[in-house]
Design a protein around this ligand. Structure first.
Ligand SMILES: Cc1ncc(COP(=O)(O)O)c(C=O)c1O
Length: 384
C-alpha cells in the first residue's frame, strides 16, 4: 500500500497545515479515510459540498457528461453551458442579467475587478478589513490579511480597506475615483463576521451617489449556505456584480462572475480556456436542481437554528459568542481554536478555523439532525 502522506510531503508544496487523515470517499455529510474510519464533515471542502458529497443526481449528470463531451471552446456554443447561464441568472440576486463562467473563486474576483475598471474607467477599489477574496494578484490585493499580501508586494495599486459596519469610514473612503466597493456579507475566512442591515443599505447608497459599482463576494455565502440562495437576499440588496464559486458545482472546479446591465465588456477583453466547460456546467446544472428541489436554503435555516439551540442548551464557559447565518457558523472561543479542532478530529468530526480563536462550521446543507447531535455532544465535552 502507498504511503500517501509521505508522497504528498515529498512531492507537494508545503503550503497548507495538514491534518493526519487520508480521505478517500464521501457520501452526504460523511467522509471516510483510507482505514475506513468515518468522519462527520463540518468543513464540506471549505464550503464546497453544500449538496453533500457525491450526491447521486450530480454523480449521474457527471457520468453522462464525461461519456458525451468534455471540452468545447468558448468560441462555439454548447448545450450545457447555455442552460447553465440561463439557470444561474434565474437564481441570482435581483438585477443580475448575465454571467461569465470561470474555474475558481479567485478567477471570478479577478474578472470582477477587470470588468469594474473597464465599465467605470476608474482604477480604485475599497474592500473590507478582515475580508478574503483569493490568492491571485488582483484578488490578494483586495484581501486584507497582511501575511497573504506582503510577501508578494508590489501588488495591484489602488486598494484601500475599511472596517466592516462603520458607515463613516466607508463614506470617507469612496470617492469619484472608486471603481467598486467589494464586500462579503458574511466574512468567512476573516472570522464569520456579519454585515448589518444599516451598513449594507448605506454601502448601496454611497456607491450610487459616487458612481462606484458594488461587487458582492458570495463565494463562501452562495447557494443556500446562509439560509437564502444568496446572502444578498437577506438585505434585498441589488448588487452590480456577484462573485460565486465553491459550492456551485458540488466539488467540480468552477467559478462565475454575475453581472448587471451596468457592466460593459467588449469582445476579446477577457477569456478562459476551461471556464464554462461541459463537465463543470453539467455538474452545476445538477447541483442547482438539487439546491432548489431539496430546498437546501430552507434546510440551512432549520438545521442552523437546531444546532445553535442544542449547543446552547447547556452552559459552555469556553464560548465568547456565536455568529451565524444559516449553516455558516462561527463560534468565538475564549482560547485558541487549534487544540479544539484536533480533539474534534480525534473524535471523528472535521471542522475549520477562521483565525486563531474562531471555530468555523460549514457542514453540507444536507447534514442530518442526528449528525448535528453528535457534533453538539462533542462540543459540550470540549467547551464546557
Ligand atoms: C469569500 C471568498 N472569496 C474568494 C475566495 C477564493 O476562492 P478560490 O479559493 O476558489 O480561489 C474564497 C476562498 O476561500 C472565499 O472564501
Amino acid at each position: 500500500m502507498h504511503d500517501y502522506k509521505s508522497l504528498e510531503e515529498q512531492y507537494g508544496l508545503s503550503l497548507y497545515p495538514k491534518r493526519e487523515a487520508v480521505l478517500v470517499r464521501g457520501a452526504g455529510a460523511l467522509l471516510y479515510d483510507d482505514q475506513d474510519r468515518e468522519y462527520i464533515d463540518c468543513a464540506a471542502g471549505i464550503g464546497v459540498a453544500n449538496v453533500g458529497h457525491c450526491h447521486p443526481v450530480v454523480v449521474e449528470a457527471l457520468q453522462r457528461q464525461v461519456a458525451e463531451l468534455m471540452v468545447v471552446p468558448n468560441t462555439l456554443y454548447n448545450d450545457k453551458r447555455s442552460l447553465l447561464l440561463e439557470k444561474l441568472v434565474q437564481v441570482a440576486p435581483q438585477g443580475i442579467k448575465r454571467a461569465y463562467l470561470c474555474n475558481s473563486g479567485a478567477e471570478a474576483v479577478e474578472a470582477a475587478l477587470k470588468f469594474a475598471r473597464v465599465s467605470t474607467g476608474r482604477t480604485e477599489f475599497v474592500t473590507a478589513m478582515r475580508g478574503f477574496h483569493g490568492r491571485t494578484m488582483g484578488a490578494v490585493s483586495a484581501t486584507f490579511t497582511k501575511k497573504y499580501r506582503d510577501p508578494f508586494a508590489p501588488l495591484v495599486p489602488g486598494f484601500s480597506y475599511v472596517p466592516l459596519n462603520k458607515i463613516d469610514k466607508l463614506d470617507a473612503a469612496v470617492t469619484e475615483k472608486t471603481a467598486a466597493v467589494m464586500l462579503e456579507l458574511v466574512q468567512g475566512e476573516g472570522g464569520v463576521n456579519l454585515a448589518t442591515k444599516e451598513y449594507v443599505a448605506a454601502v448601496r447608497n454611497i456607491c450610487d451617489e459616487r458612481g462606484a459599482l458594488l461587487i458582492i463576494d458570495e463565494i463562501q455565502t452562495g447557494f443556500g449556505r446562509t439560509g437564502k440562495n444568496f446572502a444578498c437576499e437577506h438585505f434585498a440588496l441589488q448588487p452590480d456584480m456577484v462573485t460565486v464559486a465553491k459550492s456551485i458545482a458540488a466539488g467540480v472546479p468552477m467559478g462565475a462572475t454575475l453581472l448587471s446591465d451596468k457592466i460593459k465588456v467588449e469582445p476579446g477583453m477577457h477569456g478562459t480556456t476551461f471556464g464554462g466547460n461541459p463537465i463543470a456546467c453539467a455538474a452545476a446544472l445538477a447541483t442547482l436542481d438539487v439546491l432548489v428541489n431539496e430546498e437546501l436554503a430552507e434546510r440551512a435555516v432549520e438545521s442552523g437554528d437546531y444546532f445553535e439551540q442544542q449547543l446552547l442548551s447547556v452552559e459552555l464557559t469556553q464560548i465568547r459568542s456565536i455568529r451565524r447565518r444559516g449553516l455558516m457558523i462561527g463560534i468565538e472561543l475564549k482560547g485558541k481554536v487549534q487544540p479544539i479542532l484536533e480533539a474534534m478530529m480525534d473524535a471523528g468530526v472535521i471542522a475549520l478555523p477562521a483565525g486563531a480563536t474562531v471555530l468555523r462550521l460549514l457542514p453540507p446543507l444536507v447534514i442530518e439532525k442526528s449528525q448535528l447531535d453528535v457534533v453538539v455532544k462533542q462540543l459540550h465535552l470540549l467547551l464546557k
